[in-house]
Design a binder for this molecule. Structure first.
Ligand code: 13P
Length: 346
């Protein structure tokens, strides 16, 4: 695939006011969420849950792409239709998580590096053969590892390097890379601290992307919003989060990048929607300096959590769970138009 085609695909992923559904939890993460909701942690329950997500009627009105996990991309609905076909028939592009997880970074207690580059070229080729159009790699940074003032330079650099290696391999294979450098929300750090670390991480990431020849026009950035830690006593308003996030992204993300899709990262679904909506209402097309990129969502928990809780592993709750997912997808799209209001959730 040439660069122009790939860049069109990247734009299409976030156009029309739609966003992405992250349903690519690894088996470990999915099982942990199932355990919290009292659901049995089996292959069949994971399949049944993903079955209800991908067959949600009308999902394609709000969701342009779904990110799957390796187990899920091989699975099918109860009647044997591959998930990949169900999604494609609904007009939803198929994506695939290709990193193999964040592992302890040697010599740097409390810090992690995301692995998965070995054999990645071959795995990407296989996923393209299965119908994937884009991929995702998540790197995580603790803003205060083991109480330190901030992450080490080594942690930022190795993660940025791996993200760029992955992105270059994706583009070679004809896949749009979602580049996800995440500053975690765990801890009591302030919003100012989050902004400082997010800027530092993005600076490393775009340096590496340039060094390794990644075509910025043919990628999507998936960052965190600039928010205080979950345990911080001062939580900022949606407007404050919107302004700090937009200022940070304007400084760090070249205008050549077609789209930015936020992760939710442990925010409530309502907070994530309110903050994204404030970004659009305050910095949208009618503002003095409109945003240079499409700004949307690639939420996992903020889209799925209510559906998972409603489902609770019971077939009789399937339709109600699908309604919950659709409601969150609709609310998130309202946020992309700058029209989300918390009354939509009451
Ligand atoms: P959350 O929205 O739950 O943070 O998940 C997004 C994601 O894809 C994490 O890699």
């Amino acid at each position: 695939m040439n660069g122009a085609t790939l860049s069109d695909a990247a734009k299409a992923m976030l156009s029309g006011g739609k966003g992405l559904l992250a349903m690519d939890e690894s088996n470990g993460t999915c099982n942990r969420r199932f355990a919290e909701a009292g659901i049995a942690q089996t292959v069949e329950m994971r399949r049944a849950y993903r079955d209800l997500l991908v067959t949600t009627p009308g999902l394609g009105h709000y969701i342009s792409g779904a990110i799957l996990y390796d187990e899920t991309i091989h699975q099918a609905t109860a009647d044997g239709t591959p998930f990949v076909k169900v999604l494609s028939d609904a007009g939803i592009m198929v994506g695939i998580k290709v990193d193999t997880g964040a592992k302890a970074l040697p010599g740097h207690p409390g810090e992690k590096v995301t692995e998965g580059l070995d054999g990645l070229r071959e795995r990407l080729r296989d996923y393209v053969g299965m119908g994937a159009r884009f991929a995702k790699w998540r790197a995580v940074v603790d803003p205060a590892p083991q109480g330190a003032a901030g992450p080490s330079d080594a942690c930022l650099r190795v993660n940025a390097h791996a993200l760029a290696r992955y992105a270059a391999l994706c583009q070679e294979a004809g896949l749009v890379p979602i580049v996800e450098p995440e500053v975690l929300m765990d801890g009591d750090h302030t919003q100012a601290h989050c902004r400082e670390i997010t800027e530092a991480f993005l600076r490393h990431v775009f340096h590496e992307l340039a060094m390794q020849g990644v075509l910025l026009e043919a990628m999507i950035l998936k960052p965190n919003m600039v928010v205080a830690g979950l345990a911080c006593s001062r939580q900022d308003t949606a407007e404050e989060v919107a302004d700090a996030t937009v200022r940070c992204l304007r400084r760090m993300v070249p205008a050549a990048v077609p789209g930015i899709a936020f992760l939710s990262g442990g925010q409530s679904a309502q907070a994530a929607a309110a903050r994204l909506s404030a970004m659009h209402s305050r910095h949208g097309p009618d503002s003095v300096a409109p945003l240079p990129w499409l700004l949307s969502f690639s939420f996992g928990r903020a889209l799925q959590q209510s559906a998972l809780e409603v489902w609770s592993g019971k077939e009789e709750n399937r339709q109600a769970a699908q309604s919950a997912l659709l409601h969150r997808a609709r609310s998130s799209c309202a946020a992309v138009r700058g029209e989300y209001d918390v009354s939509m959730d009451t």
